[in-house]
Design a protein around this ligand. Structure first.
Ligand code: NIG
Ligand code: FE
Length: 401
């Protein structure tokens, strides 16, 4: 765990003697990551005020000597499910003995979440948010989806909007037990009264469009209702099997199609020709012992990739973006540069944000340093906590009062 922790930026200071700075701005430095060696960054009132070589840095009071460490934009975790109670370690153990992952396990977390008090849900959420910060995540998204009643979904989003402005309404996670055999009635609720009460607390709308959850027509109904209510779509697509989820995401200009584990040529072509980001979640493949998505083909076709944790108690109970980078490099044939870009700037693009994920003058001062000389060590030293310090701008304003 990092032993030095700066939770908020509220004054002017400089980071100097940075061994290698990832800016994600190719006009500022070398390659995809816009790398600057021997760099310095000046931060003023929570914003980046200057970036460049140490030798050119303006005189700044309060210089912090990074002693040759690597510095990066904070990780942007654009896909997580953090409002829940309980865990499903028994399902993980069973999977490791050969059981397949199935969407139905979500109902167990729904039962535990409905029984929890607001205080219990908030405490678990704050614990995970703190874990994400210690892992170098400076912006994260979180979804509802373990309440599945009007009251429980809006409660989840209200609690979530205390810790992030990136909140996603996922009433269409699975059909809850009380609607068994009546999925269309549940879809009507999700696209009707439940949406009305959740929309004020959400920025995004999502559907789990897959085997055991919702089909493409049901997903389209829910997403179109969400768009009409002012939300922007993103979609759980093609996690468990081939299907029309990715095509639907592109059709509706969703910000992201998430998982993308099973893609055919037409899916890859559609993503490459769109502004929909392919958000890959290797923690889910790791934890469900599934094949990893074909990141190499997506990149070679020209698609934009984000990496995210998918932190949830069923399919991926991790807050480690460094692990996502390592898996993407080792098992998905991304280069270390591509994986680090996707965990920072890729996440920002999946959230349609241009103030985070890069280090440029005017960006939010969301910056991390590593106990390592370069970002490559995130994959090269898997399982080692390399996060040294985290600087984070004051939080994004809430989406709703
Ligand atoms: O993204 N796929 C749907 N939702 C989660 C899993 C939720 C669960 O199993 O509790 C996911 O992997
Ligand atoms: Fe998910």
């Amino acid at each position: 765990m990092n032993n030095s922790w700066t939770p908020k930026v509220s004054e002017s200071f400089a980071l100097v003697n940075i061994g290698s700075l990832v800016t994600n701005d190719p006009t500022l430095g070398d390659g995809l990551l816009g790398l600057i060696p021997d760099a310095a960054v000046v931060i003023d009132e929570g914003r980046i005020a200057w970036v460049g070589r140490s030798s050119d840095a303006p005189d700044a009071s309060g210089a912090i000597d990074l002693e040759g460490r690597a510095v990066l934009p904070g990780f942007v975790d654009s896909h997580a499910h953090l409002v829940f109670a309980g865990d499903r370690a028994d399902e993980f153990a069973a999977r490791m003995s050969g059981e397949p992952y199935a969407a139905g396990g979500i109902r167990r977390t729904v039962a535990a979440t409905r029984s929890a008090t607001d205080e219990q849900l908030a405490a678990n959420l704050h614990r995970l948010a703190a874990e994400l910060r210690r892992s170098g995540v400076t912006t994260f998204e979180t979804k509802s989806g373990y309440g599945l009643t009007t009251q429980d979904e809006s409660r989840a989003l209200r609690i979530a909007s205390d810790v992030t402005g990136e909140t996603t309404y996922l009433g269409a996670h699975v059909v809850p037990a009380e609607f068994e055999g009546r999925p269309d009635d549940y879809v009507s609720l999700v696209a009707g009264a439940m949406l009305d009460s959740c929309a004020p607390h959400a920025k995004w709308i999502d559907v789990f469009c897959d085997r055991g959850a919702f089909d493409v027509d049901q997903a389209r109904t829910v997403l179109l209702a969400g768009i009409a209510a002012g939300l922007t779509p993103r979609l759980h697509a093609n996690q468990l099997q081939h299907g029309g989820g990715v095509q639907l995401a592109v059709e509706l200009d969703a910000a992201s199609a998430d998982h993308c584990t099973y893609l055919d040529d037409a899916d890859i072509e559609a993503l490459a020709g769109s502004t929909t980001v392919a958000t890959l979640l290797p923690g889910a493949e790791f934890s469900t012992r599934s094949p990893y998505p074909d990141a190499r083909r997506l990149l070679d076709a020209g698609a934009t990739i984000a990496l995210a944790t998918d932190c949830n108690p069923g399919s991926s109970y991790t807050t480690s973006m460094a692990l996502m980078v390592a898996l993407a490099v080792r098992d998905m044939r991304m280069t270390p540069d591509e994986a680090v870009w996707s965990a920072t700037q890729g996440g920002a693009k999946a959230l349609r944000r241009n103030d985070i994920g890069r280090i440029f003058v005017g960006a939010r001062a969301d910056v991390i340093s590593l106990n390592a000389p370069s970002h490559v060590h995130l994959a090269y030293r898997p399982g080692v906590d390399l996060i040294d310090r985290v600087w984070q701008s004051p939080p994004t304003p809430k989406v709703a009062a």
